[in-house]
Ligand binder design. Sequence first.
Ligand code: ACO
Length: 316
Amino acid sequence: MPATRTGAAGAVISGWGMALPDKVVTNHDLAETLDTSDEWIVTRTGISSRHIGGSTVSLSVASGQQALDMAGLTPERIDALVVATTTPDRQWGTAAMIQEQLGLSCGAYEVNAACSGFVYALVNAHGLIAMGANRVLIIGTDTLSRITDWNDRATAPLFADASGAVVLESVEGRGQLLGWDLDADGSASELLWAEVGGTVNMEGKEVFRRAVRIMMDSAEKSMRHAGITADDLALIVPHQANIRIIQAACDRLGVEIERAAVTIDHTGNTSSASIPVALAEALNAGRVADGDHILLVGFGGGMTAASAVLRWGGTS
Ligand code: ACO
């Protein structure tokens, strides 16, 4: 790994968007067909409802178009499209279908690092900018409802569908990305996995046990490279897997949970979409000011982990 993890050219997020399917499924709805209860799901996970529906392409086009509109960019100005997803609509070509529907004329490809995927894609896009690209559209989308066993009460309440997007533009100077880290530990791959064409299998308790440690290990590396401590963070955008994992992560960082972006109550776990949706909701709510430090941190199947520290706003 390089000692300095910033590219030759910096980049800033100039637009963002998010899309949730219209259909809302509450815990009470689930309890009609599963041996579970609203009280169990809320207490153990923090989830009250989730959005189900759409395809990875349709949700991506919706969030991606919002991000382009906010950035004030016409499609031909995008130099690359990177789509983080674990649930492409087809074995290949999902990013290309999104590219076509958004009217883009650039390269388009998928990145799959489970729930860490959006941060992997963000770092990847910074690499493209360091190599000369000017504007990259990054979309994180998952339609986990398609790979969830709806008869399995251990996993069905957790997973859902969503998409989030950002436009990354090159700037003079360092840009927003101050530090980043990408990790993977294949020895833990049997804890959380899905066969191609199959449904999610998970050793929930063990995933929970490791999640906080691998997220925090990654976060500490990113903060060290950024030259900041947790005290400097205005906003933490964690992967939304379980409110108890988010709480434990905040405890480990020594910051109050109010500094975290939390959507899990109404989104559930949307994997690659989880971090960009939580970021978009926090930005839309005006929670971030110029100069604020933001930590994005995720973990997921693989097992993977990833984090990034951004300083919002200017370019110096
Ligand atoms: N409703 C009611 N009871 C349930 C349910 C349910 N939906 N699910 C499990 N139970 C029962 C179990 O059978 C068990 O009963 P028992 O004590 O009689 O054996 C009891 O509740 C406790 O089950 P645990 O699995 O021990 O419950 P736990 O507190 O660990 O919570 C959970 C389970 C929510 C899955 C938790 O372990 C967790 O969040 N793990 C991490 C999941 C995660 O982060 N996944 C990442 C996905 S990221 C990606 O890449 C897709």
